[in-house]
Design a protein around this ligand. Sequence first.
Ligand code: NAP
Length: 310
Amino acid sequence: MRNPDTFDVIIIGSGPAGFTAAIYASRARLGTLLITGTPWGGQLMLTAEVENFPGFAEGVLGPTLIKNMQQQARHFGAEILFEEVMEVDFSTNPFMIRSGDRTLRGRSIIVATGSSPKWLGLDSEARLRGRGVSTCATCDAPLFMEKKTVVVGGGDEAVEEALALAKYAEKVTVIHRRDTLRATKILQERAFQNERIRFLWDSEVREILGTEKVEGLRLQNVETGEGSEMAVDGVFIAIGYNPNTDLFKGKLALDDRGYIVVHDDTKTSVEGVFVAGDVRDPLYRQAVTAAGDGCKAALDAERYLGKYQS
Ligand code: NAP
């Protein structure tokens, strides 16, 4: 009988990369455990409408997409543990993972821990987090009904946050450090057409003002050096992501930005440990590319385990 704490594949992370890996691995009849991390489901759980995941002509809600993936993985026999991984040891074989009060062993591992939003790094931002400072308009926009809000950033995320906020807020100002957005054209067009959204170019936030809650911003124009203040009730930071790799420092090779270094598509510096999704991808970061990565990592794990039939 199989040791209940030993698996062919242990997948760490529960976004589209992790669940797709779990679907492929369990369908290949590998003993598969996925440890979700907390909160589970990754960034899609905080995404309202996903319009660009193939196969959903009318779009699909992010949490629905993730829950369907979870169901599909379970259907093929994947076990799912809703816990946080505390420690990994890749020097033993099978590899060791400590999660909650359990010590689990995996003959192969797939790391799919994703990434987390970046912060500006201001003291005032840390102090007022949850008091008007947020990185999730999908979660918090209803709190800003008819209020004045800003979004910091110029990528897809910033524009999507602005569009989400504009459904509730009286005014949304997108503050960008340059004078052109890097967001996709279709999102730009929607934002430019939305009369509640305006743009403040060439500007950076120097301080978030307020004691108990956000009351305003101190800004600087980076072209002229001129300073100004703006009264606002909510500040949404949307300036990109950092990979979730703290657990793997000293255990896997990481690049200078903390992303897991890959070779041959999904392989890490440790043979038998594979990687998928945003934790290795500073460039594409799409649900569909993460899912594709998860598929590749599971196939590579299967091949590594010597069970791949081609
Ligand atoms: P991003 O594309 O890296 O954009 C980050 C933005 O924040 C850039 O405009 C950048 O300015 C600005 N920025 C970075 N650091 C800053 C700082 N310290 N102070 C002020 N501004 C700063 O990140 P993202 O928008 O989060 O998107 C990440 C990835 O997810 C992208 O690949 C994106 O396409 C994808 N995504 C896709 C969708 C979708 O398809 N619907 C939705 C959301 C995200 P510069 O432009 O000057 O560098």
